[in-house]
Design a protein around this ligand. Structure first.
Ligand SMILES: [Fe+2]
Length: 329
């Protein structure tokens, strides 16, 4: 791991301010571990497409994020509020997240650091996202995913180096799904090969998804999965003086919007097996961020259930398409 990703977290001034504003993680951190009791069966209890535009966190003004906003992107944020209600109702032991900006060039990595903490910064929008995080990893499950991935023939690696900065997509999705941070987490990297080889398929995500499922079942966890991908991914290269000025927020063009609607219609109709063809077609049409594999991993982990997805919200962020979607297998 390049040392550029291992830097002191925040300035001393911002650190002092955070210490005053952010509740200590120990105040909200529960004991982790497998569920017990007959009414709380283990396994994957729900999966969510949970995109991570930093703008959504910025718009919410949580105490962990340094920049302040006047709001914006409300419909997407209302979708996340519904996701939070539903996630709570599933009573998970752990959140397992696959996000596209922890980029690994060789294989699939799993964060096995027990208590990641620091400041996550969005490199293109540092004026919107400088987020102070402090959460617990479910290390037993993380190590089980590494092992199951290896057993399935994948190149896998356990990240154990303390202080490596957690990427903004992982932090953004986790905050938007569970701003209380009171559930343990397992974070998976995104192998970047599909971005280098135009003919690289998402087949490895099938294998990684199945390995994730086996690890969850083996450890007896009740898990909620978060696949953190936006949909259509062309975006503006300038922003208004007020970043949350919604009068300039719209799809990049009709073709991008129509591509997203076609995919969402397929998702709403089900079954998920139709997405094996629809997702690559959508990537080709819209430069979709699902190329990073998070959505395919999510559906493969759930075994491509014969159900429809529930689209909780759709909206654009700097012209990219974003949908919040629930599948309950
Ligand atoms: Fe992204």
């Amino acid at each position: 791991m390049a040392r550029v990703f291992h830097v002191p977290a925040g300035s001393s001034r911002s650190g002092a301010r955070r210490a005053a504003e952010v509740p200590p993680a120990s105040a909200v951190r529960p004991a982790s571990g497998p569920s017990t009791g007959t009414e709380r069966r283990g396994g994957i209890v729900a999966g969510y497409l949970a995109p991570h535009p930093p703008h959504l966190v910025y718009a919410e003004n949580p105490p962990q994020n340094e920049p302040r906003s006047t709001g914006g992107w409300e419909v997407l944020r209302w979708g996340y509020e519904e996701l939070r209600r539903r996630l709570r109702a599933h009573r998970p032991d752990v959140l397992v997240v696959h996000a596209p900006h922890w980029i690994t060039m060789v294989g699939h990595h799993v964060n096995c650091v027990p208590n990641p903490r620091g400041v996550s910064v969005e490199p293109i929008f540092p004026h919107l996202f400088r987020y102070h995080y402090d959460f617990d990893t479910d290390v037993e499950l993380a190590e089980a995913i590494v092992e199951e991935g290896e057993n399935a023939g994948l190149v896998t690696s356990a990240l154990r180096e303390e202080g490596v900065r957690v990427d903004y997509a992982t932090i953004g999705a986790l905050h938007l799904a569970n701003p209380a941070w009171d559930l343990p987490v397992v974070s998976l990297s995104a192998n970047n090969n599909p971005y280098y080889y135009s003919d690289a398929s998402l087949a490895e995500m099938e294998t990684l998804g199945a390995a994730t499922r086996r690890a969850i079942e083996r450890t007896g966890r009740r898990a909620v999965l978060l696949g953190s991908n936006s949909l259509s991914h062309l975006h503006w290269d300038t922003e208004p003086d007020l970043p949350e000025d919604m009068s300039v927020e719209r799809p990049f063009n009709h073709q991008q919007y129509a591509g997203d609607m076609e995919l969402l219609q397929t998702i709403r109709e089900g079954p998920t097996s139709r997405l094996k063809e629809a997702v690559p077609k959508h990537i080709e049409a819209t430069s979709s961020e699902t190329k990073a594999g998070s959505l395919t991993w999510l559906l493969a982990a759930m075994g491509w259930p014969a159900i429809a997805g529930d689209v909780l919200a759709y909206g654009t962020v700097i012209a990219t398409g974003n949908a919040v979607i629930e599948w309950v297998p």
